[in-house]
Write a protein that binds this ligand. Sequence first.
Ligand code: ACO
Length: 329
Amino acid sequence: MTQIRAKITGTGKFLPDHVMTNHDLEKLVDTNDEWIQTRTGIVERRILKDPDKGTSNLATEAAKKALEDADVDAADIDAIIVATVTPDYFFPATACLVQKRIGAKKAFAFDLSAACSGFLYALTTGGNMIESGRAKKVLVIGADKMSSILNYEDRTTCILFGDGGGAVVLEATEEEAGIIDYVHYTEGDEDCALYMPGGGSKHPATAETVAQGLHYLRQDGRAIFKKAIHGMADVSLEIMERNDLTSDDVAWLVPHQANLRIIDATANRMGVSKDKVMINISHYGNTTSGTIPLCLDDWKDQLNKGDNLVLSAFGGGLTWGSIYLKWAI
Ligand code: ACO
Protein backbone atom coordinates (compact mmCIF):
# COMPACT_ATOMS: atom_id res chain seq x y z
CA MET A 1 0.00 0.00 0.00
CA THR A 2 1.28 3.46 -0.85
CA GLN A 3 2.24 5.52 2.16
CA ILE A 4 0.36 8.82 2.39
CA ARG A 5 2.47 11.68 3.68
CA ALA A 6 1.72 15.30 4.61
CA LYS A 7 3.47 18.00 2.64
CA ILE A 8 3.54 21.75 3.14
CA THR A 9 1.97 23.42 0.09
CA GLY A 10 1.81 27.02 1.28
CA THR A 11 3.09 29.32 4.01
CA GLY A 12 2.05 32.71 5.38
CA LYS A 13 2.94 35.06 8.18
CA PHE A 14 1.70 38.10 10.00
CA LEU A 15 3.71 40.55 12.07
CA PRO A 16 2.27 43.64 13.74
CA ASP A 17 3.60 46.97 12.42
CA HIS A 18 4.92 48.35 15.70
CA VAL A 19 8.67 47.78 16.15
CA MET A 20 10.07 47.81 19.70
CA THR A 21 13.85 48.16 19.63
CA ASN A 22 16.36 47.37 22.34
CA HIS A 23 16.77 51.13 22.74
CA ASP A 24 13.03 51.43 23.45
CA LEU A 25 13.47 48.81 26.20
CA GLU A 26 16.37 50.79 27.69
CA LYS A 27 13.73 53.39 28.60
CA LEU A 28 11.60 50.83 30.44
CA VAL A 29 14.10 48.64 32.33
CA ASP A 30 17.75 48.67 33.39
CA THR A 31 19.20 47.07 30.26
CA ASN A 32 21.16 48.03 27.18
CA ASP A 33 21.31 47.19 23.50
CA GLU A 34 24.79 45.64 23.78
CA TRP A 35 23.75 43.23 26.58
CA ILE A 36 20.63 42.11 24.73
CA GLN A 37 22.42 41.61 21.41
CA THR A 38 25.38 39.76 22.93
CA ARG A 39 23.32 37.48 25.17
CA THR A 40 20.42 36.78 22.83
CA GLY A 41 21.01 38.07 19.27
CA ILE A 42 17.85 40.20 19.42
CA VAL A 43 17.82 43.76 18.04
CA GLU A 44 14.09 44.45 17.80
CA ARG A 45 10.73 42.73 18.06
CA ARG A 46 7.16 43.42 16.88
CA ILE A 47 4.38 44.34 19.31
CA LEU A 48 0.63 44.13 18.70
CA LYS A 49 -0.44 47.48 20.15
CA ASP A 50 -4.15 47.45 19.33
CA PRO A 51 -5.85 46.64 22.67
CA ASP A 52 -8.81 45.10 20.84
CA LYS A 53 -6.71 42.51 19.03
CA GLY A 54 -5.35 39.20 20.23
CA THR A 55 -3.52 36.13 18.96
CA SER A 56 -6.51 35.21 16.76
CA ASN A 57 -5.83 38.30 14.64
CA LEU A 58 -2.21 37.27 14.06
CA ALA A 59 -3.32 33.70 13.33
CA THR A 60 -6.14 34.67 10.96
CA GLU A 61 -3.97 36.94 8.81
CA ALA A 62 -1.18 34.34 8.62
CA ALA A 63 -3.74 31.66 7.72
CA LYS A 64 -5.24 33.72 4.88
CA LYS A 65 -1.80 34.20 3.35
CA ALA A 66 -0.91 30.51 3.64
CA LEU A 67 -4.17 29.51 1.94
CA GLU A 68 -3.51 31.98 -0.87
CA ASP A 69 0.05 30.71 -1.24
CA ALA A 70 -1.17 27.10 -1.43
CA ASP A 71 -4.08 28.07 -3.70
CA VAL A 72 -6.44 26.23 -1.38
CA ASP A 73 -10.01 27.31 -0.63
CA ALA A 74 -10.76 27.69 3.11
CA ALA A 75 -13.95 25.67 2.56
CA ASP A 76 -11.80 22.63 1.66
CA ILE A 77 -9.83 22.62 4.94
CA ASP A 78 -10.59 19.59 7.13
CA ALA A 79 -8.95 20.75 10.37
CA ILE A 80 -7.32 23.81 11.91
CA ILE A 81 -4.76 23.59 14.72
CA VAL A 82 -3.48 26.72 16.42
CA ALA A 83 -0.40 26.31 18.61
CA THR A 84 -0.35 29.09 21.19
CA VAL A 85 0.19 29.86 24.88
CA THR A 86 -1.54 33.22 24.57
CA PRO A 87 -5.03 32.34 23.31
CA ASP A 88 -7.60 35.16 23.05
CA TYR A 89 -9.67 33.30 25.65
CA PHE A 90 -9.42 30.05 27.62
CA PHE A 91 -12.37 29.12 25.45
CA PRO A 92 -13.50 29.23 22.74
CA ALA A 93 -10.21 28.08 21.25
CA THR A 94 -8.36 30.60 19.10
CA ALA A 95 -8.57 28.06 16.24
CA CYS A 96 -12.39 28.29 16.39
CA LEU A 97 -12.21 32.07 15.88
CA VAL A 98 -9.89 31.57 12.92
CA GLN A 99 -12.25 28.92 11.47
CA LYS A 100 -15.14 31.40 11.47
CA ARG A 101 -13.17 34.33 10.09
CA ILE A 102 -11.65 32.48 7.16
CA GLY A 103 -14.88 30.62 6.35
CA ALA A 104 -13.49 27.11 6.84
CA LYS A 105 -17.02 25.73 7.15
CA LYS A 106 -16.26 22.01 7.32
CA ALA A 107 -13.09 22.24 9.45
CA PHE A 108 -12.97 21.20 13.08
CA ALA A 109 -10.63 23.42 15.04
CA PHE A 110 -8.70 23.30 18.29
CA ASP A 111 -5.73 24.84 20.08
CA LEU A 112 -2.59 23.05 21.17
CA SER A 113 -0.43 24.23 24.08
CA ALA A 114 3.23 23.26 23.99
CA ALA A 115 4.92 26.67 24.36
CA CYS A 116 7.93 27.06 22.07
CA SER A 117 7.55 23.51 20.73
CA GLY A 118 3.89 24.19 19.93
CA PHE A 119 4.28 24.55 16.19
CA LEU A 120 6.29 21.31 15.93
CA TYR A 121 3.74 19.36 17.97
CA ALA A 122 0.91 20.88 15.90
CA LEU A 123 2.64 20.06 12.63
CA THR A 124 3.07 16.41 13.56
CA THR A 125 -0.52 16.24 14.85
CA GLY A 126 -1.82 17.68 11.58
CA GLY A 127 0.56 15.44 9.64
CA ASN A 128 -0.69 12.34 11.46
CA MET A 129 -4.31 13.24 10.61
CA ILE A 130 -3.35 13.32 6.95
CA GLU A 131 -1.23 10.16 7.09
CA SER A 132 -4.19 8.30 8.65
CA GLY A 133 -6.29 9.22 5.62
CA ARG A 134 -8.89 11.03 7.78
CA ALA A 135 -7.94 14.49 6.57
CA LYS A 136 -6.77 15.77 3.20
CA LYS A 137 -5.98 19.39 4.03
CA VAL A 138 -5.00 20.77 7.43
CA LEU A 139 -4.15 24.31 8.42
CA VAL A 140 -1.41 24.47 11.06
CA ILE A 141 -0.77 27.82 12.73
CA GLY A 142 1.71 28.99 15.36
CA ALA A 143 0.95 32.40 16.83
CA ASP A 144 1.54 34.25 20.08
CA LYS A 145 0.91 37.71 21.45
CA MET A 146 3.69 37.36 24.02
CA SER A 147 3.43 41.05 24.98
CA SER A 148 0.11 40.16 26.68
CA ILE A 149 1.89 38.09 29.35
CA LEU A 150 5.13 40.05 29.77
CA ASN A 151 6.07 42.25 32.70
CA TYR A 152 7.74 45.29 31.18
CA GLU A 153 9.38 45.94 34.56
CA ASP A 154 11.24 42.59 34.50
CA ARG A 155 14.40 42.94 32.44
CA THR A 156 15.13 39.23 32.53
CA THR A 157 12.05 38.33 30.47
CA CYS A 158 10.58 41.34 28.65
CA ILE A 159 13.58 41.75 26.35
CA LEU A 160 13.26 38.22 24.95
CA PHE A 161 9.86 38.02 23.33
CA GLY A 162 7.82 39.51 20.50
CA ASP A 163 4.40 39.07 18.85
CA GLY A 164 3.80 37.32 15.55
CA GLY A 165 2.44 34.28 13.81
CA GLY A 166 2.92 31.97 10.87
CA ALA A 167 0.84 29.31 9.15
CA VAL A 168 1.25 26.40 6.77
CA VAL A 169 -1.18 24.38 4.69
CA LEU A 170 -0.61 20.62 4.87
CA GLU A 171 -1.90 18.42 2.06
CA ALA A 172 -1.76 14.72 1.35
CA THR A 173 0.85 13.38 -1.05
CA GLU A 174 1.94 9.96 -2.23
CA GLU A 175 5.44 11.25 -2.98
CA GLU A 176 8.39 10.50 -0.66
CA ALA A 177 8.15 14.10 0.57
CA GLY A 178 6.73 16.24 3.35
CA ILE A 179 6.97 15.09 6.97
CA ILE A 180 9.26 12.06 6.96
CA ASP A 181 9.97 11.61 10.67
CA TYR A 182 9.76 13.30 14.05
CA VAL A 183 11.05 12.95 17.60
CA HIS A 184 9.24 14.74 20.43
CA TYR A 185 9.98 14.80 24.15
CA THR A 186 8.37 16.12 27.32
CA GLU A 187 9.69 16.45 30.87
CA GLY A 188 7.03 17.85 33.20
CA ASP A 189 8.31 21.12 34.67
CA GLU A 190 7.21 20.57 38.31
CA ASP A 191 9.89 23.06 39.38
CA CYS A 192 8.15 25.75 37.32
CA ALA A 193 11.34 26.92 35.61
CA LEU A 194 9.23 28.46 32.84
CA TYR A 195 5.55 29.20 33.44
CA MET A 196 2.78 31.65 34.08
CA PRO A 197 1.47 31.09 37.61
CA GLY A 198 -1.89 32.88 37.44
CA GLY A 199 -5.13 32.66 35.51
CA GLY A 200 -5.48 28.88 35.47
CA SER A 201 -7.57 26.69 37.78
CA LYS A 202 -4.86 26.66 40.47
CA HIS A 203 -4.66 30.44 40.83
CA PRO A 204 -7.74 31.90 39.13
CA ALA A 205 -7.62 35.64 38.53
CA THR A 206 -8.31 37.76 41.59
CA ALA A 207 -7.28 41.27 42.56
CA GLU A 208 -4.57 39.57 44.65
CA THR A 209 -3.11 37.49 41.79
CA VAL A 210 -2.95 40.62 39.66
CA ALA A 211 -1.24 42.58 42.44
CA GLN A 212 1.27 39.73 42.87
CA GLY A 213 2.08 39.74 39.16
CA LEU A 214 1.02 36.12 38.74
CA HIS A 215 -0.31 36.74 35.23
CA TYR A 216 3.13 37.35 33.81
CA LEU A 217 5.54 34.82 32.31
CA ARG A 218 8.24 33.74 34.75
CA GLN A 219 11.47 32.03 33.82
CA ASP A 220 14.61 30.73 35.44
CA GLY A 221 16.65 31.80 32.41
CA ARG A 222 19.88 30.03 33.39
CA ALA A 223 18.15 26.69 34.11
CA ILE A 224 16.19 26.80 30.86
CA PHE A 225 19.26 27.85 28.90
CA LYS A 226 21.22 24.81 30.13
CA LYS A 227 18.42 22.39 29.28
CA ALA A 228 17.65 24.04 25.94
CA ILE A 229 21.22 24.09 24.70
CA HIS A 230 21.51 20.32 25.26
CA GLY A 231 17.92 19.36 24.44
CA MET A 232 17.74 21.09 21.07
CA ALA A 233 21.17 19.91 19.93
CA ASP A 234 20.60 16.31 21.09
CA VAL A 235 17.22 15.93 19.44
CA SER A 236 18.46 17.47 16.18
CA LEU A 237 21.31 15.00 16.06
CA GLU A 238 18.94 12.17 16.93
CA ILE A 239 16.65 12.89 13.98
CA MET A 240 19.67 13.02 11.66
CA GLU A 241 21.01 9.70 12.92
CA ARG A 242 17.60 7.98 12.74
CA ASN A 243 17.33 8.98 9.10
CA ASP A 244 20.99 8.49 8.08
CA LEU A 245 21.35 12.18 7.30
CA THR A 246 24.84 13.65 7.21
CA SER A 247 25.38 17.37 7.66
CA ASP A 248 25.82 17.61 3.87
CA ASP A 249 22.36 16.09 3.39
CA VAL A 250 20.72 18.82 5.48
CA ALA A 251 19.79 21.79 3.29
CA TRP A 252 18.40 23.89 6.16
CA LEU A 253 18.20 23.85 9.92
CA VAL A 254 15.00 25.65 10.98
CA PRO A 255 15.51 26.30 14.69
CA HIS A 256 13.18 27.84 17.25
CA GLN A 257 14.42 31.39 17.80
CA ALA A 258 14.90 31.75 21.57
CA ASN A 259 18.55 32.67 21.75
CA LEU A 260 21.25 32.91 19.08
CA ARG A 261 23.67 31.00 21.32
CA ILE A 262 21.28 28.03 21.51
CA ILE A 263 20.85 28.11 17.72
CA ASP A 264 24.63 28.22 17.15
CA ALA A 265 25.22 25.32 19.56
CA THR A 266 22.60 23.22 17.74
CA ALA A 267 24.08 23.95 14.31
CA ASN A 268 27.60 23.17 15.57
CA ARG A 269 26.51 19.87 17.07
CA MET A 270 24.87 18.91 13.75
CA GLY A 271 27.93 20.04 11.79
CA VAL A 272 25.72 22.38 9.74
CA SER A 273 27.35 25.62 8.59
CA LYS A 274 25.72 28.92 9.51
CA ASP A 275 24.72 29.72 5.92
CA LYS A 276 22.30 26.78 6.13
CA VAL A 277 20.58 27.98 9.31
CA MET A 278 17.43 30.11 9.22
CA ILE A 279 17.93 32.94 11.70
CA ASN A 280 15.57 35.90 12.07
CA ILE A 281 15.69 36.33 15.86
CA SER A 282 17.36 39.75 15.43
CA HIS A 283 14.15 41.24 14.00
CA TYR A 284 11.37 39.31 15.72
CA GLY A 285 12.75 38.05 19.06
CA ASN A 286 11.12 34.91 20.44
CA THR A 287 7.53 34.70 19.17
CA THR A 288 7.09 31.29 20.91
CA SER A 289 4.82 29.22 18.60
CA GLY A 290 5.44 31.65 15.76
CA THR A 291 9.18 31.31 15.24
CA ILE A 292 9.39 28.24 12.98
CA PRO A 293 6.54 29.10 10.56
CA LEU A 294 7.90 32.67 10.40
CA CYS A 295 11.26 31.24 9.30
CA LEU A 296 9.66 28.97 6.71
CA ASP A 297 7.80 31.91 5.21
CA ASP A 298 10.81 34.25 5.28
CA TRP A 299 12.95 31.65 3.47
CA LYS A 300 10.37 30.09 1.15
CA ASP A 301 11.84 31.64 -2.01
CA GLN A 302 15.17 29.95 -1.25
CA LEU A 303 13.70 26.49 -0.73
CA ASN A 304 13.82 23.89 -3.51
CA LYS A 305 11.84 20.72 -4.01
CA GLY A 306 13.68 17.85 -2.34
CA ASP A 307 15.53 20.00 0.22
CA ASN A 308 15.97 18.23 3.56
CA LEU A 309 14.89 20.46 6.44
CA VAL A 310 15.41 19.77 10.14
CA LEU A 311 12.99 21.75 12.33
CA SER A 312 13.96 21.88 16.02
CA ALA A 313 12.60 23.53 19.15
CA PHE A 314 12.80 23.60 22.94
CA GLY A 315 10.40 25.33 25.28
CA GLY A 316 8.10 25.47 28.26
CA GLY A 317 6.50 22.28 29.50
CA LEU A 318 9.27 21.31 29.24
CA THR A 319 8.84 20.26 25.63
CA TRP A 320 11.27 19.71 22.80
CA GLY A 321 11.61 17.97 19.49
CA SER A 322 12.69 17.79 15.87
CA ILE A 323 10.97 17.12 12.57
CA TYR A 324 12.64 15.86 9.40
CA LEU A 325 10.80 17.40 6.47
CA LYS A 326 11.49 17.07 2.76
CA TRP A 327 10.38 20.25 0.99
CA ALA A 328 7.83 19.26 -1.60
CA ILE A 329 7.02 22.29 -3.77
N1 ACO B 1 19.96 43.57 30.77
C1 ACO B 1 21.10 43.64 31.48
N2 ACO B 1 21.46 42.73 32.40
C2 ACO B 1 20.64 41.68 32.59
C3 ACO B 1 19.43 41.55 31.90
C4 ACO B 1 19.11 42.54 30.95
N3 ACO B 1 17.97 42.48 30.22
N4 ACO B 1 18.82 40.41 32.29
C5 ACO B 1 19.61 39.85 33.21
N5 ACO B 1 20.71 40.62 33.41
C6 ACO B 1 21.84 40.38 34.31
C7 ACO B 1 21.50 39.40 35.40
O1 ACO B 1 20.88 40.04 36.47
C8 ACO B 1 22.86 38.86 35.75
O2 ACO B 1 23.51 39.78 36.59
P1 ACO B 1 24.42 39.24 37.82
O3 ACO B 1 25.51 38.45 37.16
O4 ACO B 1 24.85 40.50 38.47
O5 ACO B 1 23.50 38.39 38.63
C9 ACO B 1 23.62 38.88 34.42
O6 ACO B 1 22.89 39.77 33.57
C10 ACO B 1 23.69 37.52 33.76
O7 ACO B 1 22.39 36.91 33.82
P2 ACO B 1 22.12 35.46 33.29
O8 ACO B 1 20.69 35.12 33.54
O9 ACO B 1 23.17 34.52 33.78
O10 ACO B 1 22.35 35.68 31.72
P3 ACO B 1 22.39 34.61 30.60
O11 ACO B 1 23.65 34.70 29.88
O12 ACO B 1 21.91 33.26 31.08
O13 ACO B 1 21.24 35.15 29.61
C11 ACO B 1 18.97 34.65 29.02
C12 ACO B 1 19.90 35.27 30.06
C13 ACO B 1 19.11 35.44 27.73
C14 ACO B 1 17.54 34.75 29.53
C15 ACO B 1 19.37 33.17 28.79
O14 ACO B 1 19.48 32.52 30.02
C16 ACO B 1 18.38 32.41 27.93
O15 ACO B 1 18.28 32.62 26.74
N6 ACO B 1 17.66 31.45 28.54
C17 ACO B 1 16.82 30.52 27.77
C18 ACO B 1 15.58 31.18 27.26
C19 ACO B 1 14.77 30.15 26.53
O16 ACO B 1 15.26 29.44 25.68
N7 ACO B 1 13.51 29.98 26.88
C20 ACO B 1 12.78 28.87 26.31
C21 ACO B 1 11.83 29.27 25.35
S1 ACO B 1 10.61 30.34 25.98
C22 ACO B 1 9.10 29.49 25.94
O17 ACO B 1 9.02 28.30 25.84
C23 ACO B 1 7.83 30.34 26.16
